[in-house]
Design a binder for this molecule. Sequence first.
Ligand code: AP5
Length: 213
Amino acid sequence: MKVVLLGPPGVGKGTQARRLSEILGVPRIITGDMLRRHVASDTSLGRKARGFMERGELVHDDLIIAMIRERLEDEDAREGFIIDGFPRTVAQAEAFEAHVTPDVVVALEAAEGELIERLSGRRVCRECQAVYHLVHDPPRRSGVCDRCGGELVHREDDTEEVIRERLRAYRRETEPLVHRYAAKGLLARVRSEGGIGEVTRKLQAVLHDRRLA
Ligand code: AP5
């Protein structure tokens, strides 16, 4: 099962990639998490990516393509994966398709006001990167990760100004991929509304219809 999740910032790609990965036992590849680990570990890639991420701009294609190519060669990704955050540009899509044909590309959709509300209330675990929302998916103890006890923080790129830039980058660079995959007959559109569990059920229905799960 080779599934791509596309969609604007805050639509729920990471949340759904984690849930589907656990339910279906398929590895998840989340480019934002991979990059944030590089930044936290101060690797060469992390140093190159940091400024772009802080400003809400896309990291250069060649860096991202090399990072994903290496990850897709790992043993656990050979049989399938759920990928969130890649491809995000036409150049990334072309590089991806030279190696892999996705089974389905799901475009998650929600109104812009909803995206901003979700990102404003998002909290992430500093240790394990688990994602919460103050209202829609709160932790049991305020400020503490249910999974590992780590500290929950507001992502540095979740300020209003940077969110606006991320949305602009999405509309300019990534939205054309929705049309690209529609033209290839690979696209499924899913409204990311009705609660996190409901969206997971809609995604499972898409995978079931395509005989992937
Ligand atoms: P990345 O981390 O991928 O950021 P993003 O695309 O802006 O997406 P988000 O992680 O903000 O949102 P999400 O859709 O995963 O939402 P989530 O599930 O957390 O990338 C960060 C940066 O890295 C980029 O800006 C760029 O610089 C760089 N980068 C990454 N990939 C790149 C690439 N391929 N090329 C170049 N640069 C790249 O949910 C959000 C909140 O909503 C959470 O609090 C959640 O609990 C809540 N929520 C989720 N679903 C629901 C629901 N159905 N109802 C109510 N609340 C919900």
